[in-house]
Design a protein around this ligand. Structure first.
Ligand code: ATP
Length: 273
Protein backbone atom coordinates (compact mmCIF):
# COMPACT_ATOMS: atom_id res chain seq x y z
CA UNK A 1 0.00 0.00 0.00
CA UNK A 2 1.22 3.52 -0.67
CA UNK A 3 1.47 4.52 2.94
CA UNK A 4 1.79 8.26 3.54
CA UNK A 5 4.88 9.35 5.33
CA UNK A 6 4.69 11.59 8.33
CA UNK A 7 6.40 14.43 6.56
CA UNK A 8 3.99 14.14 3.66
CA UNK A 9 0.91 14.47 5.80
CA UNK A 10 2.59 17.35 7.61
CA UNK A 11 3.42 19.06 4.34
CA UNK A 12 -0.18 18.88 3.34
CA UNK A 13 -1.48 20.39 6.56
CA UNK A 14 -1.83 23.70 4.75
CA UNK A 15 -4.57 22.26 2.55
CA UNK A 16 -7.96 21.36 3.98
CA UNK A 17 -8.75 17.67 3.90
CA UNK A 18 -10.84 16.79 0.92
CA UNK A 19 -9.55 19.67 -1.17
CA UNK A 20 -9.14 18.32 -4.64
CA UNK A 21 -5.51 19.03 -5.15
CA UNK A 22 -5.23 16.51 -7.89
CA UNK A 23 -8.40 17.25 -9.75
CA UNK A 24 -7.68 17.35 -13.40
CA UNK A 25 -4.07 16.53 -12.79
CA UNK A 26 -3.80 13.87 -15.41
CA UNK A 27 -5.28 16.13 -18.04
CA UNK A 28 -2.85 18.85 -17.05
CA UNK A 29 0.17 16.60 -17.03
CA UNK A 30 1.32 17.35 -20.53
CA UNK A 31 1.35 21.07 -19.86
CA UNK A 32 3.31 20.75 -16.63
CA UNK A 33 6.02 18.36 -17.72
CA UNK A 34 9.33 20.01 -17.39
CA UNK A 35 11.53 17.89 -19.55
CA UNK A 36 12.87 14.46 -18.74
CA UNK A 37 10.90 11.25 -19.03
CA UNK A 38 8.41 10.44 -16.31
CA UNK A 39 10.46 7.76 -14.59
CA UNK A 40 14.22 7.69 -14.93
CA UNK A 41 16.60 5.46 -13.00
CA UNK A 42 20.32 5.90 -13.49
CA UNK A 43 23.27 4.18 -11.97
CA UNK A 44 21.16 2.72 -9.15
CA UNK A 45 23.31 0.61 -6.86
CA UNK A 46 22.10 -1.10 -3.69
CA UNK A 47 24.02 -3.46 -1.45
CA UNK A 48 22.71 -5.56 1.41
CA UNK A 49 25.94 -6.15 3.26
CA UNK A 50 28.20 -7.65 0.62
CA UNK A 51 25.28 -8.70 -1.59
CA UNK A 52 25.01 -6.41 -4.62
CA UNK A 53 21.23 -6.50 -5.18
CA UNK A 54 21.20 -3.67 -7.74
CA UNK A 55 24.33 -3.16 -9.79
CA UNK A 56 24.43 0.17 -11.66
CA UNK A 57 20.84 -0.14 -12.88
CA UNK A 58 19.65 2.31 -15.50
CA UNK A 59 16.36 2.52 -17.39
CA UNK A 60 13.62 4.92 -18.38
CA UNK A 61 9.88 4.40 -18.59
CA UNK A 62 8.57 7.00 -21.02
CA UNK A 63 5.51 9.11 -20.22
CA UNK A 64 2.25 7.21 -20.37
CA UNK A 65 3.88 3.84 -20.92
CA UNK A 66 3.98 0.57 -19.04
CA UNK A 67 7.44 -0.71 -18.13
CA UNK A 68 7.99 -4.24 -16.90
CA UNK A 69 10.84 -5.36 -14.68
CA UNK A 70 11.06 -9.03 -15.53
CA UNK A 71 13.46 -11.41 -13.88
CA UNK A 72 13.90 -14.59 -11.88
CA UNK A 73 13.56 -14.77 -8.12
CA UNK A 74 16.23 -12.73 -6.43
CA UNK A 75 17.10 -10.75 -9.57
CA UNK A 76 16.69 -7.45 -7.71
CA UNK A 77 13.28 -6.29 -8.98
CA UNK A 78 11.81 -5.48 -5.56
CA UNK A 79 15.01 -3.75 -4.59
CA UNK A 80 14.67 -1.43 -7.58
CA UNK A 81 10.97 -0.74 -6.93
CA UNK A 82 11.54 -0.14 -3.22
CA UNK A 83 14.38 2.22 -4.06
CA UNK A 84 12.11 4.22 -6.38
CA UNK A 85 9.44 4.26 -3.66
CA UNK A 86 11.96 5.75 -1.24
CA UNK A 87 12.01 2.78 1.12
CA UNK A 88 15.71 2.01 0.76
CA UNK A 89 18.94 3.93 0.84
CA UNK A 90 20.80 3.58 -2.44
CA UNK A 91 23.45 5.11 -4.64
CA UNK A 92 22.47 6.62 -7.96
CA UNK A 93 19.73 8.88 -9.24
CA UNK A 94 16.01 8.33 -9.57
CA UNK A 95 13.87 11.01 -11.16
CA UNK A 96 10.14 11.31 -11.52
CA UNK A 97 9.08 13.92 -14.03
CA UNK A 98 12.55 15.37 -13.79
CA UNK A 99 12.36 15.68 -9.99
CA UNK A 100 14.51 13.76 -7.54
CA UNK A 101 12.40 10.80 -6.34
CA UNK A 102 13.12 11.62 -2.70
CA UNK A 103 11.50 15.06 -3.00
CA UNK A 104 7.95 15.55 -1.75
CA UNK A 105 7.00 16.91 -5.16
CA UNK A 106 7.97 13.58 -6.69
CA UNK A 107 6.48 11.48 -3.90
CA UNK A 108 3.09 13.10 -4.33
CA UNK A 109 3.02 11.87 -7.90
CA UNK A 110 3.41 8.17 -7.39
CA UNK A 111 1.65 5.30 -5.70
CA UNK A 112 3.31 2.07 -4.63
CA UNK A 113 1.72 -1.35 -4.28
CA UNK A 114 4.15 -3.54 -2.32
CA UNK A 115 4.67 -7.22 -2.85
CA UNK A 116 3.37 -7.93 0.65
CA UNK A 117 0.35 -5.80 1.50
CA UNK A 118 0.30 -3.94 4.77
CA UNK A 119 -2.97 -3.23 6.56
CA UNK A 120 -3.90 -1.31 9.66
CA UNK A 121 -5.55 -3.78 12.04
CA UNK A 122 -7.91 -1.18 13.47
CA UNK A 123 -9.17 0.31 10.18
CA UNK A 124 -11.89 -1.13 8.01
CA UNK A 125 -11.45 -1.50 4.26
CA UNK A 126 -13.40 1.69 3.63
CA UNK A 127 -11.47 3.53 6.36
CA UNK A 128 -8.22 2.58 4.63
CA UNK A 129 -9.45 4.39 1.52
CA UNK A 130 -10.64 7.39 3.54
CA UNK A 131 -7.37 7.55 5.40
CA UNK A 132 -5.28 7.48 2.26
CA UNK A 133 -7.35 10.08 0.41
CA UNK A 134 -7.19 12.43 3.38
CA UNK A 135 -3.46 11.94 3.79
CA UNK A 136 -2.88 12.64 0.11
CA UNK A 137 -5.35 15.52 -0.01
CA UNK A 138 -7.29 13.83 -2.77
CA UNK A 139 -10.98 14.37 -3.31
CA UNK A 140 -12.48 10.98 -4.06
CA UNK A 141 -16.19 11.05 -4.78
CA UNK A 142 -18.36 8.49 -3.04
CA UNK A 143 -19.29 7.07 -6.42
CA UNK A 144 -15.61 6.62 -7.27
CA UNK A 145 -14.92 4.76 -4.01
CA UNK A 146 -17.98 2.59 -4.49
CA UNK A 147 -17.02 1.76 -8.06
CA UNK A 148 -13.45 0.85 -7.11
CA UNK A 149 -14.59 -1.40 -4.25
CA UNK A 150 -17.09 -3.01 -6.61
CA UNK A 151 -14.50 -3.66 -9.30
CA UNK A 152 -12.34 -5.56 -6.85
CA UNK A 153 -15.27 -7.36 -5.19
CA UNK A 154 -14.73 -5.59 -1.89
CA UNK A 155 -18.20 -4.07 -1.52
CA UNK A 156 -19.35 -6.63 1.03
CA UNK A 157 -15.97 -6.49 2.76
CA UNK A 158 -15.86 -2.74 3.26
CA UNK A 159 -16.66 -2.92 6.97
CA UNK A 160 -14.14 -5.64 7.71
CA UNK A 161 -11.05 -4.72 9.70
CA UNK A 162 -7.58 -5.00 8.22
CA UNK A 163 -6.79 -8.05 10.35
CA UNK A 164 -9.97 -9.82 9.21
CA UNK A 165 -8.94 -9.96 5.56
CA UNK A 166 -7.41 -12.76 3.53
CA UNK A 167 -4.08 -12.10 1.80
CA UNK A 168 -5.77 -11.64 -1.57
CA UNK A 169 -8.27 -9.20 -0.08
CA UNK A 170 -5.43 -7.23 1.48
CA UNK A 171 -3.75 -7.09 -1.91
CA UNK A 172 -6.95 -5.74 -3.46
CA UNK A 173 -7.28 -3.08 -0.76
CA UNK A 174 -3.66 -2.13 -1.31
CA UNK A 175 -4.33 -1.73 -5.05
CA UNK A 176 -7.47 0.32 -4.38
CA UNK A 177 -5.55 2.57 -2.00
CA UNK A 178 -2.97 3.22 -4.72
CA UNK A 179 -5.56 3.92 -7.41
CA UNK A 180 -7.71 6.23 -5.31
CA UNK A 181 -4.86 8.73 -4.94
CA UNK A 182 -4.94 9.35 -8.72
CA UNK A 183 -1.19 8.94 -9.14
CA UNK A 184 0.75 9.95 -12.23
CA UNK A 185 3.18 7.07 -11.72
CA UNK A 186 2.20 3.68 -10.31
CA UNK A 187 4.75 1.17 -9.01
CA UNK A 188 3.43 -2.37 -8.66
CA UNK A 189 5.61 -5.07 -7.14
CA UNK A 190 4.40 -8.54 -8.23
CA UNK A 191 0.80 -7.28 -8.15
CA UNK A 192 -0.88 -10.40 -9.54
CA UNK A 193 0.53 -12.81 -6.95
CA UNK A 194 -2.25 -13.85 -4.56
CA UNK A 195 -5.08 -12.45 -6.67
CA UNK A 196 -7.92 -14.59 -8.03
CA UNK A 197 -8.53 -14.68 -11.80
CA UNK A 198 -11.33 -12.08 -11.67
CA UNK A 199 -9.13 -9.67 -9.77
CA UNK A 200 -6.21 -10.25 -12.13
CA UNK A 201 -8.45 -9.44 -15.10
CA UNK A 202 -9.77 -6.33 -13.37
CA UNK A 203 -6.30 -5.17 -12.45
CA UNK A 204 -5.13 -5.56 -16.03
CA UNK A 205 -8.09 -3.52 -17.25
CA UNK A 206 -7.43 -0.80 -14.70
CA UNK A 207 -3.77 -0.67 -15.66
CA UNK A 208 -4.67 -0.21 -19.33
CA UNK A 209 -7.25 2.46 -18.46
CA UNK A 210 -4.73 4.37 -16.38
CA UNK A 211 -2.21 4.19 -19.19
CA UNK A 212 -4.84 5.62 -21.54
CA UNK A 213 -5.23 8.49 -19.05
CA UNK A 214 -1.52 9.23 -19.32
CA UNK A 215 -0.27 7.39 -16.24
CA UNK A 216 3.22 5.90 -16.25
CA UNK A 217 3.40 2.42 -14.76
CA UNK A 218 6.21 0.13 -13.62
CA UNK A 219 5.37 -3.50 -12.81
CA UNK A 220 7.76 -6.12 -11.48
CA UNK A 221 7.09 -9.76 -12.17
CA UNK A 222 8.80 -13.06 -12.74
CA UNK A 223 5.88 -14.23 -14.88
CA UNK A 224 5.87 -12.97 -18.45
CA UNK A 225 2.45 -14.61 -18.93
CA UNK A 226 0.91 -12.15 -16.50
CA UNK A 227 1.94 -9.03 -18.37
CA UNK A 228 1.69 -10.13 -22.00
CA UNK A 229 -1.04 -7.71 -22.95
CA UNK A 230 0.34 -4.89 -20.84
CA UNK A 231 3.92 -4.13 -21.61
CA UNK A 232 5.33 -1.31 -23.70
CA UNK A 233 8.92 -1.84 -22.68
CA UNK A 234 10.43 -4.76 -20.78
CA UNK A 235 13.64 -4.61 -18.80
CA UNK A 236 14.99 -8.06 -18.07
CA UNK A 237 16.90 -8.22 -14.79
CA UNK A 238 19.22 -10.92 -13.60
CA UNK A 239 21.56 -10.98 -10.61
CA UNK A 240 21.20 -7.28 -9.92
CA UNK A 241 21.70 -6.10 -13.48
CA UNK A 242 19.56 -5.14 -16.45
CA UNK A 243 20.56 -7.70 -19.05
CA UNK A 244 18.15 -6.68 -21.80
CA UNK A 245 15.84 -3.78 -22.72
CA UNK A 246 13.09 -4.59 -25.18
CA UNK A 247 10.58 -2.08 -26.55
CA UNK A 248 7.27 -3.57 -27.71
CA UNK A 249 7.66 -2.18 -31.22
CA UNK A 250 10.87 -4.14 -31.62
CA UNK A 251 9.98 -7.47 -30.00
CA UNK A 252 6.93 -9.79 -30.08
CA UNK A 253 5.78 -11.73 -26.99
CA UNK A 254 7.18 -15.02 -28.25
CA UNK A 255 10.51 -13.43 -29.04
CA UNK A 256 10.59 -11.80 -25.63
CA UNK A 257 10.15 -15.17 -23.96
CA UNK A 258 13.03 -16.63 -25.94
CA UNK A 259 15.16 -13.58 -25.25
CA UNK A 260 14.33 -13.81 -21.55
CA UNK A 261 15.56 -17.39 -21.35
CA UNK A 262 18.66 -16.68 -23.35
CA UNK A 263 19.76 -13.60 -21.42
CA UNK A 264 18.98 -15.04 -17.99
CA UNK A 265 20.45 -18.42 -18.84
CA UNK A 266 17.39 -20.13 -17.31
CA UNK A 267 16.61 -22.10 -20.45
CA UNK A 268 18.62 -25.04 -19.20
CA UNK A 269 16.25 -25.42 -16.28
CA UNK A 270 17.25 -25.76 -12.64
CA UNK A 271 20.42 -23.78 -12.35
CA UNK A 272 21.99 -24.27 -15.71
CA UNK A 273 23.56 -20.84 -15.64
P1 ATP B 1 11.55 -12.17 -6.15
O1 ATP B 1 11.06 -12.36 -7.56
O2 ATP B 1 11.89 -13.48 -5.50
O3 ATP B 1 10.63 -11.31 -5.31
P2 ATP B 1 13.40 -9.96 -6.64
O4 ATP B 1 13.84 -9.94 -8.04
O5 ATP B 1 12.35 -9.00 -6.25
O6 ATP B 1 12.98 -11.44 -6.22
P3 ATP B 1 14.95 -8.82 -4.46
O7 ATP B 1 13.91 -9.08 -3.44
O8 ATP B 1 15.15 -7.43 -4.90
O9 ATP B 1 14.70 -9.76 -5.76
O10 ATP B 1 16.32 -9.41 -3.92
C1 ATP B 1 17.54 -9.23 -4.60
C2 ATP B 1 18.67 -9.75 -3.74
O11 ATP B 1 18.76 -8.98 -2.55
C3 ATP B 1 18.49 -11.19 -3.29
O12 ATP B 1 19.77 -11.81 -3.32
C4 ATP B 1 17.98 -11.09 -1.88
O13 ATP B 1 18.41 -12.19 -1.12
C5 ATP B 1 18.63 -9.82 -1.42
N1 ATP B 1 17.80 -9.09 -0.42
C6 ATP B 1 16.57 -8.57 -0.64
N2 ATP B 1 16.11 -7.95 0.45
C7 ATP B 1 17.06 -8.10 1.39
C8 ATP B 1 17.17 -7.65 2.74
N3 ATP B 1 16.21 -6.93 3.33
N4 ATP B 1 18.29 -7.96 3.39
C9 ATP B 1 19.29 -8.67 2.81
N5 ATP B 1 19.26 -9.11 1.53
C10 ATP B 1 18.15 -8.82 0.83
Amino acid sequence: MNMPREEETGERADAPYGENRRKGRLSEMAGRRKGGEMLEVSDLTKKYGKNLAADHIGFTVPDGRIGILLGPNGAGKSTVIKSIAGLLRYKGTIRIQGRDAVSLEAKRRFAYVPELPYMYDALTVREHLEFITRAYGVDAAEEEVRRLLGRFELTDKQDKLGNELSKGMMQKVSICCALITKPEVILLDEPMVGLDPAAIRELKEVILERRADGCTILISTHMLEMVKELWDVTFVMDRGRIVGTYPREAVADEDLEALYFSVTGQENGKDGR
